[in-house]
Design a protein around this ligand. Structure first.
Ligand code: GLC
Length: 548
């Protein structure tokens, strides 16, 4: 089989996120790798996804698990080699699966040759101009140049022994590049060409909203508005979502267009409003952007419908498809989010703080319904590895195994993102659940829970009512049904708390978020349901696809 020629593929694609460290371990060291991905391509094909997005696989000291890149043209030895990456790309293509790696243009590793050269060359040198070096404020320059804070906690500036400060919006091991410098522009266009020439079908762009900083680096407004305590909006923020960032992506689009076939960019852009997000995906810019408003919406009919309508309107206005996403490697897995009272959870910024007791059975029912909602909406969709198994967040990782830099940087007040990154359970009754080969020398880099045997691919395969079979059925139907994927929807009248929409030809999706069962509208047949619809009734927290 070869790649399907539906054009452009990314308008409807279901893209599976492979968090490479935790997907499958081919060489037995306890960390996932390219060999592991290759061995699981048949699984991905049987699941029915169109493409995989692979989190950073480049050479890296792994201060932020690969988001600190030391060499963008080399694969880290932990994961494999460039030759293996090429083989993976070719093999995936033979399975009809496209490959979209992650690109990290906002910062490099502090071990990147450019940063090493900048350190060696000293204050005022041209080498330092590729990054954001400044003198400090206050007596002897002992205070940071401004008040910017790192996303991982603490100040966004670190001082060197020579007195200069450098900017890092993330960890100190991730110095921010200076996108006002021509070398940076040239380098990234070259990196894009390097990988496009090796057959990749696109890139996920990390922190796409962060590259351009206000040239004068003024202080940033406080995260929470001092008056109403609401999160500060990013509009005209000195380092988030600045208008000038779009010039970069217009240039990148031209690079993508130099190559044969449909190449596609997806932006990780945390924009404040659907309008601001839509700016990233104008016709001459990036192709798609993750819809984080959808991810952050609570399990609430008005929230969800509001986000869906606003997204479709704003993206539609610039001719871009929506891409729906429920989970990723940075956020609490959604069965655990939906298993808590919906009013609490997302605090000031983007991070979710679990509050209150977890009802996982409830969260899982909702996750099943959310899967059918997500996969029925117009546009593309993302599946985060393990979501198709119904994995919950691992909330009881012992402190001594935590590795996310957020844990240290927050002074141990925020456990960080390790709970959604625990290695995938494939088979067997105990850890490593087939994640590593039988003769493995290392144990999984994060411990897997002792009670995950019911979540394995093996346990769920062929099991009616399992999350995995629900996803398989949904993806099979989605491929076959002419109404699904790219297009439009029409809302149908429904009682409060029930979301019902129609897609042409002849498809209806109904989601019941109300407290009472809902009698299904007239239909020819039930295509798929997240819970039993016996007697023509849809339970609370359930969804159904109907042929009408
Ligand atoms: C993005 C990534 C996240 C990473 C950060 C810094 O938000 O998704 O995992 O830590 O960028 O590169």
């Amino acid at each position: 089989m070869s790649l399907p020629d539906t054009s452009p593929w990314w308008r409807s694609a279901v893209i599976y996120q492979v968090y490479i460290r935790s997907f499958a371990d081919g060489d037995g060291d306890g960390v996932g790798d390219i060999a592991g991905i290759r061995s699981r391509l048949p699984y991905l094909k049987s699941l029915g996804v169109d493409a995989i997005w692979i989190n950073p696989w480049y050479k890296s000291p792994m201060a932020d698990h690969g988001y600190d890149v030391a060499d963008f043209r080399a694969i880290d030895g932990l994961f494999g080699t460039v030759a293996e990456a090429e083989e993976l790309i070719a093999e995936a293509h033979r399975h009809g699966i496209r490959v979209v790696p992650d690109l990290v243009p906002n910062h490099t590793s502090d071990q990147h040759i450019w940063f090493q050269q900048a350190l060696a060359a000293g204050p005022g040198s041209p080498e330092r101009e590729r990054y954001v070096f400044r003198a400090g404020r206050g007596p002897g320059g002992s205070l940071p140049p401004n008040n910017w804070v790192s996303e991982f906690g603490g100040p966004a500036w670190t001082r060197l022994p020579d007195g200069d400060w450098y900017l890092h919006l993330f960890a100190p091991e991730q110095p921010d590049l200076n996108w006002q410098h021509p070398d940076v522009h040239a380098e990234f266009k070259d990196i894009l060409r390097f990988w496009f020439a090796r057959g990749v079908d696109g890139f996920r762009i990390d922190v796409a909203h962060g590259l351009v900083k206000h040239p004068e680096l003024p202080d940033a407004p406080a995260r929470l508005d001092p008056v109403d305590g609401e999160p500060h909006r990013h509009v005209d923020h000195p380092h988030w979502d600045r208008d000038e960032v779009h010039d970069i992506y217009r240039a990148w689009r031209k690079v993508a267009d130099e190559f044969e076939g449909d190449r596609c960019f997806v932006a990780e852009a945390w924009a404040d409003t659907p309008e601001r997000l839509a700016a990233y995906v104008r016709a001459d810019a990036l192709h798609t952007a993750f819809n984080f408003d959808y991810l952050k919406a609570s399990w609430d009919p008005d929230d969800l419908r509001g986000v869906i309508d606003a997204s479709l309107a704003m993206l539609g206005a610039v001719g871009a498809p929506a891409t729906w996403v429920l989970s990723n490697h940075d956020v609490t897995r959604h069965p655990s989010r939906y298993g808590r009272s919906s009013a609490e959870g997302w605090s000031g910024g983007a991070r979710y703080t679990p509050c209150g007791p977890l009802d996982l059975a409830l969260g899982t029912r909702r996750a099943r319904a959310a899967a059918l909602l997500t996969l029925a909406l117009p546009g593309g969709a993302y599946i985060y590895q393990g979501e198709e198994l119904g994995l919950p967040e691992v909330e009881d990782l012992p402190e001594d195994v935590l590795q996310d830099p957020i844990w240290e940087r927050s002074g141990h007040t925020d456990a960080g993102r390790d709970g959604c990154r625990v290695p995938i359970p494939w088979s067997g009754r105990q850890p490593p659940y087939g994640f590593s080969p039988d003769d493995a020398t290392g144990s999984p880099w994060l411990p897997q829970p002792a009670d995950w045997s019911g979540f394995t691919v093996e346990a769920q395969t062929g099991e009616p009512g399992s999350m995995l079979e629900l996803y398989r059925d949904a993806l099979r139907l989605r491929r076959a049904h002419p109404a699904l994927g790219d297009g439009t929807l029409t809302w149908l009248d429904a009682p409060p708390g029930v979301l019902a929409f129609r897609r042409e030809p002849g498809f209806v999706c109904v989601v019941n978020l109300s407290a009472t069962p809902y009698a299904l509208p007239e239909h020819a047949s039930v295509l798929l349901a997240s819970a039993s619809v016996e007697g023509g009734v849809l339970a609370t927290d359930a969804a159904v696809w109907l042929d009408v």
